[in-house]
Design a protein around this ligand. Structure first.
Ligand SMILES: *Cc1c(COP(=O)(O)O)cnc(C)c1O
Length: 435
């Protein structure tokens, strides 16, 4: 913890200051169960709020198009070196502004517009940047999609259908095969994808946006050294600043770097890159391995509690930080949209999500996605997750009863009060101002 972060002088802008103060309170007093979110350390916050935001640094360390990059170069080199050390990679590009830009850069580096890419379908757990028709990826490349196996009574279904991946690879001859998901609760073994890619002569891209922290923490198998290219976000389970990164073998380094800049982006966000460097060092500490293991245990405890309340768990449970709930078994009338809204009123923040073969639209959905990464950072354990599962069921069961919703809101406030992610004053913190 970095106690030297000064409260930012936002008094010059009371309007923004007030909004940020309210957001700090929201994050402190409500449950953060969005699977793609986390609480960064104060050190990560401080680095991303640093004067490096003032610096133009187009290019790469030692090859910049602007002067004055002596410190930006060292910061970016540190971030690259730490990323390589953390994941055992030969090359790292830490400039992608987000996971989406990292994926787009990977495609740009590996294939030509119109080429075929095999990836997971969005409604089966894939991501928009895996070829959704509304994404530039789906408009630029010819995506073919695989999905999961059918649901099974005993929970053994809804796994990535590797037979389908193999069959489609053989018939469609993709130039790239993508593994990686945004709403999938099981471990993804990279090796079968490697075998299939080798058989058809395709590149293998592993999008580790969600499990990057679980991989760094040693609780999920690493795709580094197995996949040709690994993209990830730094802000999900990895607990760094909002951003993306790419790892690859040395042979692909030039192609990947050229695709990020000048292919896709202009000047890198060196303040965010400084924060990424901080996060990579934090994730290399032994305590982060304990954190990653706790994230998985906590998700399992939450899943167990929800199962006991009558929610069907997609894929029969979880092996990562996410839980995907099929609401129809709990209440056939209840949609993801309504559930998300009523939980929000009770201070339980999560997102609606389609489940495999969802009959409802992506805007309505039959599912809820929950994650344990953020509240594990705040210090919650399995007992708290069991309570959270009960509170979720209670609110949804009595969703038309404002008194119950208000009661749960108070229980949530009390629980969050015991697990403050930022016990020290933050920049713009109303508690710091009160002192
Ligand atoms: C979150 C996510 C992304 C995109 O990350 P952004 O930083 O939101 O652009 C890409 N791929 C997968 C699988 C994701 O879950």
């Amino acid at each position: 913890m970095n106690a030297s972060v000064p409260p930012a002088p936002l008094s010059s802008d009371p309007e923004v200051a007030a909004l940020l103060a309210e957001e700090i309170e929201r994050q402190r007093t409500t449950l953060q169960l969005i699977a793609s979110e986390n609480f960064t350390s104060p050190a990560v916050l401080a680095a991303s709020a640093s004067v490096l935001t003032n610096k133009y640094a187009e290019g790469y360390p030692g090859r910049r198009y602007y002067g004055g990059n002596v410190h930006a170069d060292r910061v970016e080199d540190l971030a690259r070196t730490r990323a390589c050390a953390l994941f055992g990679a030969e090359h790292a590009n830490v400039q992608p502004h987000a996971g989406a830009s990292a994926n787009l850069a990977a495609y740009l580096a590996l294939v030509e517009p119109g080429d075929t890419i095999l990836a997971m379908r969005l409604d089966q757990g894939g991501h928009l940047t895996h070829g959704s028709p509304v994404s530039i990826t789906g408009k630029t490349y010819r995506f073919v999609a695989y999905g999961v196996t059918p649901a099974a009574e005993d929970g053994s279904g809804e796994r990535i259908d590797l037979d389908q991946v193999r069959d489609l690879a053989r018939t469609e001859r993709p130039r790239v095969i993508v593994a990686g998901t945004t709403a999938y609760t099981r471990i993804i073994d990279p090796r079968p994808f490697r075998e299939i890619a080798d058989e058809v002569g395709a590149y293998f891209l592993f999008d580790a946006a969600h499990p990057a922290g679980l991989i760094a923490g040693g609780v999920h198998p690493s795709p580094v050294g197995v996949a040709d290219v690994v993209t990830f976000t730094t802000h999900k389970t990895l607990r760094g600043p909002r951003g993306g990164a790419i790892l690859c073998r040395s042979e692909l380094a030039k192609q990947i770097d050229a695709a990020v800049f000048p292919g896709l982006q202009g000047g890198p966000l060196e303040h965010v890159i400084a924060a990424k460097a901080v996060a990579f060092a934090e994730a290399a500490r032994p305590a982060f391995r304990d954190y990653a293991a706790a994230v998985v245990r906590n998700a399992a405890a939450l899943a167990h509690a929800l199962d006991a309340q009558g929610f069907r768990l997609v894929a029969g449970g979880t092996e990562n930080h996410t839980v995907l709930v099929d609401l129809r078994s709990f209440d056939a009338e209840l949609t993801g949209k309504v559930a998300q809204e009523v939980l929000d009123r009770a201070g339980i923040t999560c997102n609606r999500n389609q489940i495999p073969d969802d009959p409802r639209s992506p805007f309505v959905t039959s599912g809820l996605r929950l994650g344990s990464a953020a509240e594990t950072t705040a210090g919650m354990g399995e007992a708290e997750m069991a309570l959270v599962g009960e509170l979720i069921a209670r609110v949804l069961r009595h969703r038309d009863d404002d008194a119950v919703v208000a009661e749960v809101r108070e229980q949530v406030r009390t629980l969050c009060g015991k697990f403050d992610p930022y016990p020290l004053p933050l920049p713009g913190d109303p508690r710091a101002v009160r002192r």
